[in-house]
Design a protein. Sequence first.
Length: 396
Amino acid sequence: MIKTLRGFRDIYGEEWDKFWYIVETFRGILGRYNVRWIDTPIVEQAELFIRSVGEFTDIVQKQMFIFKDRGGRNVALRPEGTAGIVRAYIENGFVPPVKLAYFGPMFRAERPQKGRYRQFYQIGVEFIGYDGSHADAECILSAYECVRGLDVKAKVYINTLGGDDAKRRFSSFLKDYLKEMDFLCEDCKVRREKNPLRVLDCKICSPKLEVPDIMEFVDEEEKRDFTKTLELLQKFEVPIERDPKLVRGLDYYTGMVFEIKSEELESAQNTILSGGRYDDLVSELGGKDTPACGWAAGIDRISLILRKESKKDELYFIVRTSDEYMDIAFDILHKLRKCGKTADMIFDRGKSLRSQMKKANKLGAKWVVFVGEEEVKSGRYKIRDMDTGEESIFTI
Ligand code: ATP
Ligand code: MG
């Protein structure tokens, strides 16, 4: 038998209901932020991600599904959304400022575990042409309100990379500082040479490291901006905590970075949303110098902690005592739908009333509508409330 590939899965039933619920909730809340929705291709030139996410990141080095297409070009399944959105922003000549939101599957070949899959879904926003602490606060507020809208308990962890210069100064300091540390894992021994900031993002090494606070490398103006962002978030009652080691696993971030974590998930997979400022990416990909920030939420992980069941519509199930009444049952089915109800019936012929009732139960029908000789003659139809057993009559 042919089965799904390792790390890939079918999503159906309750879980897929939850996905929709998450997307619809986010969509409602993001609408108030005046976002426009966009869909970009799942397959892009590999170069796009190598240039934006960064050549020496885990995503590009180890996790990207990359292959040659029939024309021999290097293409990749998108591992994240921002690079494609920024490419689309430039390619389609969008005029800043714009807030673009997206939703769809991302692909990373990492070790599969609970809350970590090779195809997973993100919903995210990019605020392109937005600068300053109010924009940073708006970005984080939009993320937090979406998560709150789901009634999920979560906290925001925030840091700043302090802009280009500070990031460079801190990186070059780290390069020296990490030279002597022989307890670093094999990956981090490479990282400290190629991309020292990434060592702080390593789930094994980072907790063992004591490094100076990046704030020591950040200039006064950037510090003031960051403090203002924190003040704005506090004013709007966003629970925040500064995490001086938070650097994020993608290279394009330049200023504030943040993650929203849920305590209900295991710590290796407890980040449900993350984002930050990436002021160099638009120009890096060939556009005009444009400040920007954004975030992405992992829908698969959020669905694991979602308590609220997605509200299902009440189902009306039409049963018939004989196939003679098929046409009438079919009419009623469509009338109910015209009235906005969710309705269904069995179409197989020769099914007993008993087996139709069984099906109604199995599908969790709230109402069963009976179509029998008596009903058809009188035009008065019996309808049963499956929770209480109460019956009433309606006419058509
Ligand atoms: P992690 O540190 O958990 O690997 P990340 O830093 O790689 O996360 P991002 O690239 O920032 O994650 O992606 C944003 C969100 O997408 C994450 O916070 C997470 O909720 C989700 N996500 C990332 N990778 C996966 C995956 N393999 N499976 C499921 N969800 C994922
Ligand atoms: Mg990761």
